[in-house]
Design a protein around this ligand. Structure first.
Ligand code: ADP
Ligand code: MG
Length: 572
């Protein structure tokens, strides 16, 4: 897994090398500082050569400027590296999600993908940046500091290094506590948010029951536990900082006292002692980073595992090798012994045979859950048949590329999905290459132009989540305009008008009839009045296709369809 992780560094090799070598330089310069101070105190000061002192100081200043610049490089380029890797992964994940088939979306919660794309990738990005660099530099600095200290005075060096593991344990313990406290606090934030959302979106219900006080007292409780959790988190944080402070001072103090004693015994010069104290700081500084890494590593790697789990999931439906790109299909559709199940417990379709001729309008009716939508989703290969075959114009659809197959099929559903954007962009979704004129022509065919003209910004009016809300009928017209623009030879209308009132349905029906002209059209209908003109009606039940014939024939036949017909028209 680490190998896979590091493969993401490859495109940014140059960045990594510059960042890494700058970091090594910074570490070396840092290690050189106490040595310079030691020399300054022990050799330069006694000489009393003021000119030399000034020269050396200027030299040190230059070295510091260089070190400052390198630190900037390390911080900026290091983060840039992390951001680049995070961006690559996010793009890869998004591309991958869009290569998936329907079943993936049936089984995956949007929230999960969202948290992969946000939280997990953030952790991974942090690890990508801090991981190798910090680990290497921290360890190297500590080893370097120890060697140099050992060179000055072995006993004192060993005393100092012995205290480091203690520090690591302390810091790690604090980190674990802190993490738990933050997690708890995040949970409470989520509770507060959920309560606000619930209560505000349900405000009308709250008012109608005059339950404001109840809502207020509920919120007070959540708000209170959030306060408590946040206090605890900050308390742990304050504790961590103070005990860290205390420990580092303690180490310094021990070194100072033992060092002082060594100095009395002439085993250490003043310069040595000062250098030692400085080294102790260098030795202690990376402890923070190491313990942060101890925490970051499992978090980042767990995120990376989840990322890989998604990325390595092959799309269920793929183009076969040698699949053909078809165009200008005429729309003869043949179902041959089609069996299909969503999951392993029950066949939804059990040997469907069906032949639809080019240009026909076929209506599917039957109880809900019988499998009408399923039959229609197999044609664009949203799912693949388990056995049997579906062919269009005599070609098995599995031998066509998905792109070319789906470009020949238009689907209008009950729920029209509008993207955040303008009316024009939403219509143009039907054909991204369409010109403005073509978009307008499509809107006209869908009888939308009057409505659009009445809008303040016309075609540029914002709709969707954060814009104008369209009525059900207007949405359907927009969907129809998209279809005119796409202009596919095969059209599927899955209860397109079922959510509309009868009057609106009647008006939209006209546009749909115009859209259906010269196309093979499959209509799934709820209200039978809308399918009077269909060439054939197919009755689907849980046992498969029960009846197949002209509307009037089926009524006269006195079977299932006749019964449906009688129920609907007696009630009206
Ligand atoms: P209809 O369109 O005739 O109302 P559907 O084709 O939607 O019926 O559904 C047929 C059966 O398949 C139902 O039992 C339904 O619960 C099941 N089903 C539909 N879609 C899915 C899905 N995505 N995953 C699992 N089962 C499904
Ligand atoms: Mg359905």
């Amino acid at each position: 897994m680490l190998k896979k992780f590091f493969s993401y560094y490859k495109p940014h090799k140059r960045l990594f090398i510059i960042d890494f070598s700058s970091a090594i330089f910074v570490a070396l310069l840092e290690l050189a500082f106490p040595m310079a101070v030691q020399w300054f105190i022990d050799k330069l000061l006694p000489s009393g050569d003021w000119g030399k002192i000034v020269t050396i100081s200027i030299l040190l200043l230059l070295v510091y400027l260089l070190s400052t610049f390198l630190q900037y490089i390390v911080s900026y380029l290091g983060h840039k590296l992390g951001i680049n890797i995070e961006t690559d992964m996010r793009q890869q994940l998004f591309n991958h999600v869009h290569r998936q088939s329907f079943r993936f979306f049936d089984n995956t919660k949007t929230g999960h993908i969202m948290s992969r794309i946000t939280n997990d990738l953030f952790d991974i990005g942090e690890l990508a940046h801090h991981g190798p660099e910090d680990a290497f530099i921290a360890v190297m600095t500590m080893i370097g500091a120890f060697i140099l200290m050992y060179g000055i005075n072995p006993e004192l060096a060993i005393i100092a290094i012995c205290m480091v593991p203690l520090l690591v344990v302390l810091v790690t313990f604090c980190n674990i506590k802190m993490n738990a406290a933050w997690q708890n606090m995040y949970g409470k934030i989520a509770d507060v948010n959920a309560r606000v959302e619930d209560s505000v979106s349900g405000a009308r219900v709250v008012k109608s029951f005059t339950n404001e006080d109840f809502e207020i007292s509920r919120f007070k409780k959540d708000n209170g536990s959030f306060r408590l959790a946040k206090l605890v988190a900050y308390n742990v944080m304050a504790w961590t900082h103070s005990s860290m402070y205390m420990m580092t001072r303690l180490v310094t103090l021990v070194v100072l006292v033992v060092g002082a004693w060594f100095t009395f015994n002439d085993r250490l010069t003043i310069g040595d002692l000062v250098a030692f104290i400085l080294f102790v700081n260098i030795l202690i500084k990376p402890v923070d980073k190491i313990s942060a890494l101890l925490e970051l590593y499992p978090k980042g790697m767990a995120g990376f595992r989840r990322f890989l789990d998604l990325i390595e999931q092959e799309p269920e439906i793929k183009d076969r090798a040698g699949a053909k790109a078809v165009s200008h299909l005429s729309g003869d559709i043949l179902f041959d012994e089609v069996h299909f199940q969503y999951d392993d417990n029950k066949y939804v379709l059990n040997g469907i045979d069906l032949s639809i001729r080019s240009g026909e309008t076929i209506a599917f009716v039957g109880p809900s859950g019988a499998g009408k939508t399923t039959i229609c989703s197999l044609i664009p290969r949203f799912y693949d048949v388990d056995s049997g075959a579906i062919s269009i114009d005599g070609i098995d659809i599995r031998n066509m590329t998905q792109q070319s197959l789906r470009s020949q099929i238009g689907i209008v559903l009950q729920d029209v999905f509008l993207f955040t954007g303008t009316i024009k962009e939403n219509i143009a979704y039907g054909n991204l290459d369409a010109t403005d004129e073509e978009v307008m022509a499509a809107a006209q065919k869908a009888h939308l132009e009057e409505f659009i003209a009445s809008l303040p910004d016309g075609y540029e009016t914002q709709i969707g989540e954060r814009g104008l809300k369209l009525s059900g009928g207007q949405k359907q017209r927009l969907a129809i305009a998209r279809m005119f623009l796409k202009n596919p030879p095969i059209l599927i209308l899955d209860e397109a008008t079922s959510a509309l009132d009868t009057e609106t349905e009647r008006i939209i029906q006209q546009s749909l009839n115009e859209l259906a002209e010269n196309r093979t059209t499959l209509v799934i209908a709820h209200r039978l009045a809308t399918i009077r003109d269909a060439d054939r009606v197919i009755v689907v039940t849980e046992d498969g296709i029960a009846e197949d014939g002209k509307y009037d024939e089926l009524v006269r036949k006195g079977g299932i369809f006749a019964r449906l017909h009688n129920i609907q028209f007696q009630e009206v």
